[in-house]
Design a protein around this ligand. Structure first.
Ligand code: NAP
Length: 283
């Protein structure tokens, strides 16, 4: 059984991105990402820190825009203001203020700045096979599978989870790779019977250790997107790796699998957005 370490791939993406960011900076463009932070939250701060560290290594400028408690501007107004500023990419973190859905908020991030594929229009373009940024996590799963030379064309791929940020866009990306895709969710009858069909199984349910050995076909590749915080400050995936490694050919660990690749892909998207802006910040 192979443990698929995402860190070398993430490092390679960061290195290539850093080289190209250096060229843009030499040409007078400072690729810039703005992270909108609606509320204080430990998980959000941790994620912000990891993006900021990677951005710093690559040479991408990262700014935070924090929503003032109950103040003005509101979240949507803040995003609209930032859209006219010097950013090449905008991401909006969660949790959101009560009464707002992520789709409602993300709909205000213009496509050219939507480096995490959060705007529903980006998902629609992805579905239609038109150019768009895919959510970085979904793209990271594809990059990991490519890097491991896992054949996707014609393969049976089962995705557990149908969220608009992970499961659905990932299913679209897998279809574009000519995989035969099944998407499971909380109403799926006999989850194990479906997941055991998979040559490639992707767990993105947000349920610690949901996937055990009984869910996995002998020789399958298992990608664990789940990040579930434990009471003692640890992190568990959706896959019980110790059990699954008895049957799978390869599994990604948590942490150290999909997560680092996601951050690297996000920052590479900022580079693409800065390049597409033709050197005009926010252009
Ligand atoms: P989400 O919005 O809560 O969606 C979870 C999905 O899983 C839903 O479609 C849900 O079904 C399904 N599900 C839940 N319990 C299930 C069960 N027992 N059996 C089958 N399906 C089940 O979560 P998300 O935002 O997609 O995130 C999923 C996980 O990925 C979380 O752990 C999150 O922290 C992690 N994540 C990781 C990264 C990374 O870079 N590594 C990035 C983003 C998210 P219903 O639709 O029927 O409710």
């Amino acid at each position: 059984m192979t443990l698929i370490d995402g860190r070398p791939l993430a490092a390679a993406i960061r290195e290539q991105t850093a080289t190209e960011v250096g060229q843009l900076i030499a040409a007078g463009v400072l690729p810039t990402l703005v992270a909108v932070v609606p509320s204080a939250d430990p998980a959000t701060e941790w994620y912000l820190g990891s993006i900021a560290r990677a951005a710093g290594q690559i040479g991408i400028t990262m700014r935070e825009a924090r929503l003032q408690d109950g103040g003005s501007p509101g979240l949507v107004e803040l995003i609209e203001e930032l859209s006219g500023g010097p950013a090449h990419g905008i991401i909006c973190l969660t949790p959101l203020p009560d009464g707002l859905t992520f789709a409602e908020v993300a709909a205000h991030i213009p496509a050219r700045l939507d480096v995490d594929g959060a705007n529903p229009l980006s998902l629609g373009r992805l579905a239609a096979g038109l150019p768009a940024f895919a959510p970085a996590t979904a793209q990271a799963v594809i990059e990991l599978l490519r890097h491991e030379q896992v054949a996707l064309s014609g393969a049976e791929v089962v995705v557990v989870g149908r969220s608009t940020v992970v499961g659905k866009p990932l299913a679209l990306l897998l279809l574009a790779e000519n995989a035969t895709v099944t998407v499971c969710h909380s109403r799926t009858r006999d989850l194990a019977a479906v997941t055991r069909r998979a040559d490639v199984l992707v767990a993105a349910a947000g349920q610690a250790h949901l996937i055990g050995a009984e869910h996995v076909k002998e020789g399958a590749v298992v990608i664990d997107v789940g990040t579930n915080a434990t009471d003692d400050g640890g992190l568990l995936g959706d896959v019980d790796t110790v059990a699954v490694e008895q049957v799978a050919a390869a599994v990604t660990p948590v942490p150290g699998g999909v997560g680092p690749v996601t951050t690297a892909v996000l920052l590479r998207n900022v580079l693409s957005a800065a390049r597409s802006a033709g050197g005009a910040p926010g252009g």
